[in-house]
Design a protein around this ligand. Structure first.
Ligand code: COA
Length: 260
């Protein structure tokens, strides 16, 4: 892995932890974070020793406080549109073939919330705060917020967050289904790593296909989705891991999956 300026990558057994590392700017997403994030995901995608990715923000105060507002000044409609049509960090996470967990340790605002939404699971500290505050800057979410937030929590709740820009607390985010679990701040990392390690023991190809099938639900109608599910289900029957999973069950032992 190259040395990055704005992110760090740590490996813990089969889990990689990608940390956005601009704590003095509350980990705001500037262009370099996007570029380095996309490059790191390309590497991690190809690394078979990595089974699950955790994304978090450096420091105790903030996950990500949104897009770097300092960079808005130089943007024109054309440059901004091109930037978001390019391979963004958000879309690279969405397309990442392995499970991705957002470990939300504080402010989760604007592009930060959009980045968390692009992940598969969101675990948050009790002091986390969530918002889509773009409306206060006279703009709207542009990193998938209007779409992914609405898919996840429903139109009424999404509309309220996006039209008011107000922050919601972790308990409300949990009630909305925006996060999967909340934990005391000092427990968040341990609980996240427990969940990541549990998923990392599952069959990698089945994880990838399961992720693809679930994500397809928001992008298709029911008939197309059911057809896609059957196709992906059938592919599992070509894997060694399926033979191993079934054999292990019948032999009353723990399966050891190899991603083959
Ligand atoms: N872009 C660029 N810099 C940001 C930032 C962002 N989105 N969010 C915070 N920062 C910077 C601040 O400018 C400050 O930098 P400085 O020390 O060089 O002045 C530093 O991070 C700390 O933030 P600060 O505002 O002093 O902390 P706070 O505890 O008083 O307030 C927030 C925290 C999150 C409420 C406040 O920083 C904020 O509203 N940020 C913008 C959130 C936003 O609108 N995001 C969506 C952008 S589309």
């Amino acid at each position: 892995m190259p040395n990055y300026e704005t992110i760090t990558i740590e490996r813990r057994d089969k889990v990689a932890i990608l940390t956005i590392n601009r704590p003095d700017k509350l980990n705001a997403l500037n262009k370099l974070v996007h570029t380095e994030g996309v490059a790191a995901l390309d590497e991690l995608k190809r690394d078979d020793s990595v089974r699950v990715l955790v994304i978090t923000g450096a420091g105790e105060k903030s996950f990500i406080a949104g897009a770097d507002i300092n960079e808005f000044g130089g943007q024109t409609p054309v440059t901004q549109r091109n930037t978001f049509y390019e391979k963004t960090f958000f879309n690279s996470i969405d397309a990442f073939p392995k499970p991705v967990i957002a470990m939300v340790n504080g402010f989760c605002l604007g592009g930060g919330n959009e980045l968390a939404l692009a992940c598969d699971l969101r675990l948050a500290s009790e002091n986390a705060r969530f918002s889509q505050p773009e409306i206060n800057l006279g703009i709207i979410p542009g990193g998938g917020g209007t779409q992914r937030l609405t898919n996840l929590i429903g139109e009424g709740r999404s509309m309220e967050m996006i039209l008011t820009g107000d922050m919601i607390d972790a308990q409300t985010a949990l009630n909305f289904g925006l996060v999967n679990h909340i934990y005391a701040a000092e427990e968040l990392e341990e609980k996240t790593m427990e969940l990541a390690a549990k998923i990392a023991e599952k069959a990698p190809i089945a994880l990838q296909l399961a992720k693809e099938a679930v994500k397809f639900a928001a992008r298709s109608n029911l008939d197309e989705g059911l057809r896609r599910e059957v196709d992906l289900f059938a592919i599992c029957f070509s894997t060694e891991d399926k033979q191993e999973g079934v054999a292990a069950f019948l032999e009353k032992r723990k399966a050891v999956f190899k991603g083959k």
